[in-house]
Design a protein around this ligand. Structure first.
Ligand code: 13P
Length: 260
């Protein structure tokens, strides 16, 4: 059985007090629901809120009791030193941060993040014991010109497929079609499934059937409480990377509860 995962990418939203309220509400509601623990919940707030997120997401008396795990939204590709404004994987690891998003299309677009940078960031995270959530996905033009499979294959080959099998087996991949992000235009379950199956097949060709079977593949792009159940019911969709809907506790929890 593959892991089921719902991760919230807050992006650059919420002031400190608002973040505290949301984290607090999530922790309280997830604790109350006493979920069977079969869905891994990850919250990825902006850097300044990571420590607070870790504190509120973990029971004070029992550190094994985790309401949600915490991920960063970015990491430096460098190890340490004179890189003003950057945050290293070692720093994240020293704060008990377990996950980190890499290669999000917004970083590729606005910060010039390339496949090579994704590859370096992934390596740095793995060396520091952090699980990379690696994003891939095509733009509208690339889909309309029928190039989406080619683009995704390039992103994964250059960003990930240099890894040794053991390292690769720790990765989470998120398919996020750029045309679906923040647009309210969710990919249909069939469109998403088609790409997820393609990705799993690429993994199988490179790393074999057993690895392909166990890598979690998340869908992201206008996923909400109405669309999540059908998406998560697809055979190769193991959960979601949620943007806007992760900023409302009720919506985020409905999405977490969308697995059959
Ligand atoms: P939205 O859910 O707001 O479309 O964002 C998706 C996303 O980019 C998550 O990383």
């Amino acid at each position: 059985m593959r892991r089921k995962i719902v991760a919230g990418n807050w992006k650059m939203n919420l002031r400190f007090q608002e973040a505290e309220e949301l984290l607090d509400e999530l922790a309280t509601r997830l604790e109350k629901e006493q979920r069977s623990g079969d869905v891994e919940v990850i919250v990825c707030p902006p850097f300044p809120y990571l420590e607070m997120a870790y504190d509120l997401g973990t029971d004070e008396e029992d550190p094994n009791m985790v309401y949600f795990a915490v991920g960063a939204q970015n990491v430096s590709e460098h190890e340490k030193g004179a890189y003003t404004g950057e945050v290293s994987a070692a720093m994240l690891s020293s704060m008990n941060i377990e996950y980190c998003i890499v290669g999000h299309s917004e970083r590729r677009k606005y910060q010039g993040e390339t496949d090579l940078m994704v590859a370096r960031k992934v390596e740095s995270l793995l060396q520091n014991g952090i699980v990379p959530i690696v994003c891939c996905g095509e733009s509208l033009e690339e889909r309309e010109s029928g190039n989406h499979f080619k683009v995704i294959e390039r992103q994964l080959t250059e960003g990930l497929f240099h890894l040794e099998p053991l390292d690769f087996s720790r990765i989470i991949i998120a398919y996020e079609p750029v045309w679906a992000i923040g647009t309210g235009k969710t990919a249909t379950p069939e469109q998403a499934q088609e790409v997820h199956a393609f990705i799993r097949n690429l993994i199988q060709e490179k790393y074999g059937k057993e690895t392909a079977k166990q890598i979690p593949l998340l869908y992201g792009g206008s996923c909400n409480p109405a669309t999540a159940p059908e998406l998560f019911a697809m055979p190769d969709i193991d959960g979601g990377l949620i943007g806007g809907a992760s900023l409302k506790a009720g919506d985020f929890i409905s999405i977490i509860n969308s697995f059959e």
